[in-house]
Write a protein that binds this ligand. Structure first.
Ligand SMILES: Cc1cc2nc3c(=O)[nH]c(=O)nc-3n(C[C@H](O)[C@H](O)[C@H](O)COP(=O)(O)OP(=O)(O)OC[C@H]3O[C@@H](n4cnc5c(N)ncnc54)[C@H](O)[C@@H]3O)c2cc1C
Length: 629
């Protein structure tokens, strides 16, 4: 940000949270410094959202025309933000949402704000001690790549759910394995609770990867040893039978119905257990209560974090490393079996020799060149990283399907105000499933989003916004997830990945249906008001209003959604004309080049996909090990 843009942003932050009341002010001598640290964070996000932010700030300052935003007295600035937030013109609403997201992140990250609100993210076990590690930790020193050439049987690109699972199988089958990971190693000893520090460390694009389209949709993915599993919510669901049946019948993946053994092994390796209802927290209890009063099917979720009774730090790394993310589970097991894991090594090119994959060329964090020569290459760089690498080199494009069919499982947050204290942060972050409407592709998951990532959903600016933040402890939260039929597309432009994704009409209908059902669950549990994320509808009251949302007419840009599960961008199909990857995991176009991550899923999984990704990667790695002997 330039000095001028910084001044405009500061004026926005001051007006969002002025002095007065229980919460400190944003900015000012005794206030919380917001604009400066946010502007430092913004320096590490990709050029496109950064440019948009700068335009947004300049545009804001040209309002209310002919006056300038920065020239308005404080109270009028707050009132003006509120007016723009409720404007009939969507660009104004989007402008406020974007700026408020950053300002709220910068403001609520401050411990004094969290303490005053009574919502401090934490992770706790019954005994107070961190659970014993299932496997000895990785040695960070051994993760440094040499600036040289290394040789092995199989090089795996990416260390997330797919890469780590594949690496373990291959190493335990006696093959020499190297995993190259472009992100750095972090664990409980180095995570930061401060999102402005954690986002650039653990996420691609500092957490601001965005799908262009209507609406623009944030699509965060991990960028660290362990991949997105380090920052995910730890929910472990098996793939529904009908999804696997479709993979088999429509895409010729004969083994799709035979994943039982792999699924069992994944669940064992990740210590997957059903949450104990008694220790899931009040947010979970309210989801259960609401669902039961409606007669809707519901259950505690299965998770990969045993013993934890309070867990609110998932998105910035599990403070106790109780969550069995790949860097504390499958990667150490792979390393114990001899795999070498190399952090800060970005694969830039697949080495092709005599018509087959023969290794990868990497760039290290220090700009050095590092090469791995191998008999086979397994790409597991995720649904964005794998097609990005292939498209950058013009590989595997013959079917025309590379980069297409991207699914993201659009999700939105539906909060609700209760008369009682919910204290969602004092419980398990993702805890309860309402699957009554699964047949319609809609799942509700009780998800206690931390204040830092959800504060901007509280309406208004000035004293009204601060009062709503103060009531955060009385807010219960449900996430609405839909199994999308919309398909996005990835392409490279000037060397940068561009993601296009627009919500189709059936998906918008499903989202509205899901938001209305979430509102029903909240009201049935006793909510006094519900906050749907839909256009200018800020609040729903008990009665007919949820039905009005369901029947209402909203433009695509009115939906405020995020995507947490990118899938399908290098899909698997037996017919080389229908997909990029064969059911063996080998690409149709290049012998010796395999894919073992979310990108090869031919359809949406309907449920959170991590366990399926791990199981499929194990299957592919097992077959590869058989072939390599
Ligand atoms: C906030 C959040 C919460 C989630 N919660 C859940 C949940 O509760 N349950 C669930 O099932 N799923 C959840 N997910 C999704 C789940 O974590 C992912 O679907 C899964 O981790 C994807 O696995 P993957 O192997 O395809 O990719 P990833 O796990 O993303 O791993 C890919 C890795 O490849 C690396 N990489 C990329 N390009 C290169 C390159 N060129 N060279 C070297 N390395 C590279 C990346 O840095 C990354 O580490 C969540 C996701 C998010 C963002």
């Amino acid at each position: 940000m330039s000095a001028r843009e910084l001044a405009i942003f500061r004026a926005f932050c001051e007006a969002l949270a002025p002095a007065g009341g229980r919460l400190p002010a944003a900015e000012g001598a005794d206030g919380v410094s917001v604009a400066e640290p946010v502007s430092e964070y913004v320096a590490c996000i990709p050029p496109q959202p950064r440019a948009l932010l700068r335009v947004a700030l300049r545009a804001l300052d040209l309002t209310p025309f002919p006056r300038r935003f920065t020239a308005l007295p404080l109270e009028r600035r707050s009132a003006w933000i509120e007016r723009l937030e409720q404007s009939r013109l969507r660009p104004f609403r989007d402008l406020v949402l974007g700026l408020k997201t950053l300002a709220s992140l910068g403001y609520t990250r401050d411990p004094s704000v969290q303490e005053a609100v009574g919502s401090v993210p934490a992770c706790r076990t019954e005994s107070g001690a961190a659970p014993a590690r299932a496997v000895p930790p990785l040695d960070p020193v051994a993760l440094v790549p040499p600036e040289d050439v290394e040789r092995c049987d199989v090089v795996v690109v990416g260390s997330g759910a797919g890469g780590a699972s594949a690496a373990r199988v291959l190493a335990e089958r006696g093959l020499s394995v190297i995993v190259v990971e472009s992100g750095d190693y972090h664990d409980a000893s180095t995570y930061s609770r401060d999102p402005l520090e954690a986002l650039p460390r653990l996420y691609r694009d500092g957490g601001l990867t965005v799908c262009e389209g209507r609406p623009a949709i944030p699509l965060p993915v991990g960028h660290c040893v362990g991949g997105t599993t380090v920052v995910n919510s730890g929910t472990c669901l098996r793939p529904p039978d009908d999804v696997l049946a479709r993979w088999r019948s429509e895409f010729g993946i004969a083994w799709a119905g035979e994943l039982e053994r792999e699924l069992e092994e994944v669940e064992r390796a990740l210590s997957v257990t059903r949450l104990d209802a008694a220790s899931a927290g009040r947010n979970a209890e309210l989801a259960r209560l609401g669902a039961e009063r409606l007669g809707a099917s519901n259950a505690p979720l299965c998770r990969n974090a045993r013993e934890v009774v309070c867990c609110g730090t998932c998105p910035t790394g599990c403070e106790l490393d109780a969550k069995q993310a790949m860097h504390v589970s499958e990667l150490p097991r792979a390393a114990a079996a001899g795999a070498r894991i190399r952090a800060g090594a970005r694969a830039r090119r697949v080495i092709v020799e005599r018509g087959a994959a023969a290794g990868v060329e990497c760039r290290t964090r220090w700009g050095g060149r590092y090469e791995v020569r191998a008999r086979a290459v397994v790409l597991a760089a995720g649904a964005l990283g794998t097609p990005e690498l292939l498209m950058g080199q013009g590989l595997c494009g013959s079917s025309g399907h590379l980069g297409r069919h991207l699914r993201i499982h659009p999700a939105c947050w539906v909060g609700a105000l209760f008369d009682e204290e919910v204290d969602a942060s004092d419980g398990v972050m993702q805890s309860w499933l309402v699957d009554e409407w699964a047949e319609r592709g809609v799942l509700l998951e009780a998800t206690a989003t931390p204040l830092t990532f959800g504060g901007h959903w509280m309406r208004g600016a000035g004293p009204a916004f601060k009062e709503r933040l103060e009531r955060w402890g009385r807010v219960a939260m449900l996430g609405v997830h839909i199994s999308d039929r919309s398909e996005g597309r990835l392409r490279l432009s000037g060397g940068r990945l561009r993601i296009r994704y627009s919500l189709s009409r059936p998906d918008r209908d499903a989202l509205r249906f899901g938001i209305a059902r979430a509102a029903d669950v909240h009201f049935a549990a006793g909510a006094r008001e519900v906050y749907p994320q839909l256009g200018r509808v800020a609040v729903l009251l008990p009665g007919e209003q949820a039905a009005l949302v369901e029947r209402g007419r909203f433009a695509a840009g009115d939906y405020r959604v995020e995507g947490f599960h990118p899938l399908g961008s290098a899909r698997m199909a037996a017919d080389p004309r229908a997909g990029v990857v064969a059911p063996t995991g080998e690409t149709h176009d290049l012998p010796g080049l395999y894919v073992a991550d979310a990108s090869l899923f031919p359809t949406s999984t309907r449920v959170n996909p991590m366990v399926t990704i791990c199981a499929v990667a194990r299957r592919i790695a097992g077959g590869l090990a058989d072939r390599l002997g």
